[in-house]
Design a binder for this molecule. Structure first.
Ligand code: HEM
Length: 385
């Protein structure tokens, strides 16, 4: 239990740390990787290079610290992060290492302003926050369908639009793929060409046929200097028959609406993958589903063949392709025509897409709490916690 004094110090100093958040994060990662280069086999180097997402860890510690006297408020968001940590094989013993370098970074950036009292309070607070994560992750490790990363053989690869490929894999080892849930993802670990470290990425499952295979899709990320380390390799260097290392399915995004509700599945870009799995699953179960995919042009719509087939085969399924080159941006006027009290909204895509849709939904007086969503990026960066 933290003392009242510790909690007070932490809460009072959060705004100062937030102000120096970017600097602290930069120093934190530099020092962390200098002392523990082996952690470069877990962290996403492309994110580091692109300046994307690397603030998530430190920002989340700060966001959690604001709730230090009622840490249960952060549990729904921790759940999503804990799934990712478990999928990446972040272990209990990693927490003190991250804590040590986060505290050292705070001290280095704030200098004398970070008194012993302040540093001690933050050390204690980090310990409390870390234990929320560790407990939750422990339960997830116990429930995971298999330990660590295991070998899977690629049995099929197909182009999906111009920038995506779908992969079908089956276990090489004596592993049984569990019943998959639409909305889940798997995590792939490869040794990229021209890089000395291992690299890990999460990819959503696009089908839940539950025939012992796993099907996921990979979008080619970035170009030139900023090209994605893993996605380009998977697109260009992997073929049917090759082996991939994969950790057990993870994620808490799933259909959880009462059966009499209609679903509006709204996606953009690679967000199509979990939505397609939900469309397939719920469409076959007979639920009314309106699938909307926002894309630049028709030629580039991923999984168009599969989506159109589900549309034709199921009377309860309706499909809208919102093509930006033809229809412009998706606005609240269009959204309004699809939403009523019998419809529940599911949203998936990049952070920018999600922010834009939330703005439009706000105009209709629908806030985040009325939407089921999974950003391809840290959830806390768009939620209010
Ligand atoms: C991702 C928070 C500890 C490794 C993340 C994300 C958050 C976060 C918010 C982004 C999740 C998303 O993309 O949705 C935290 C907090 C921690 C903590 C608050 C401590 C209390 C750790 C530890 C490790 C770790 C101990 C392992 C050394 C990672 C990795 C990612 C990640 C590898 C994926 C993103 C990347 O590679 O850049 N964490 N984390 N985290 N975390 Fe943690």
């Amino acid at each position: 239990m933290l003392s009242e004094q510790t909690k007070e110090i932490v809460k009072q100093t959060v705004p100062v740390l937030e102000q120096y958040g970017n600097e602290i994060t930069k120093v934190f990662y530099e020092r962390l990787f200098e002392a523990h280069p082996e952690l470069l086999n877990i962290f996403n180097k492309s994110n580091q290079k692109q300046g994307k997402q690397q603030t998530a860890l430190a920002q989340t510690v700060l966001a959690a610290a604001k709730h230090i006297d009622q840490l249960e408020a952060i549990v729904p968001n921790v759940n999503q992060i804990a799934h990712k940590h478990r999928a990446l094989q972040v272990k209990e013993e990693h927490y003190p290492i991250v804590g040590e370098y986060l505290l050292k970074a705070i001290k280095e950036v704030l200098g004398d302003a970070a008194t012993d009292d302040i540093m001690n309070a933050w050390e204690e607070a980090y310990g409390e926050i870390a234990s929320v994560f560790i407990q939750m992750e422990k339960a997830m490790y116990e429930q995971a369908a298999w330990d660590d990363f295991q070998s899977f053989k690629i049995t099929n690869i197909e182009d999906q639009g111009t920038s995506m490929k779908s992969f079908e894999v089956e276990p090489e080892e004596n592993i049984k793929v569990p019943e998959l849930i639409a909305g889940q993802y798997i995590t792939v670990r490869i040794k990229p060409t021209n890089d000395e470290n291992l690299a890990l990425r999460h990819y959503s499952i696009f089908s839940v046929k539950n025939d012992g295979k796993i099907r996921f899709a990979v979008k080619r990320e970035g170009a030139g200097e900023k090209k994605g380390l893993v996605s380009h390799d998977l697109h260009d260097s992997y073929s049917v028959g090759d082996t991939l290392e994969i950790s057990a399915p993870a994620g808490d995004f799933k259909v959880e609406s009462p059966e009499d509700k209609k679903l509006l599945l709204l996606s953009s870009g690679a967000g199509v993958t979990p939505m397609l799995a939900m469309l397939e699953d719920e469409g076959y179960k007979g639920r009314d589903v309106h699938f909307v995919h926002v894309n630049e042009s028709e030629a580039d719509v991923p999984f168009k063949k599969e989506i159109d087939a589900l549309n034709v085969m199921n009377n309860n399924v309706e499909v809208t392709y919102h093509l930006r080159e033809r229809d412009g941006y998706l606005t609240s006027d269009e959204l309004k025509s699809w939403i009523n009290e019998d419809v529940e909204i599911y949203l998936c895509g990049g952070i920018t897409f999600m922010d834009t849709i939330f703005e439009e939904l706000n105009k209709l007086n629908i806030d985040q709490s009325g939407v089921h969503f999974e950003p391809f990026g840290p959830k806390m960066s768009i939620t209010n916690v």
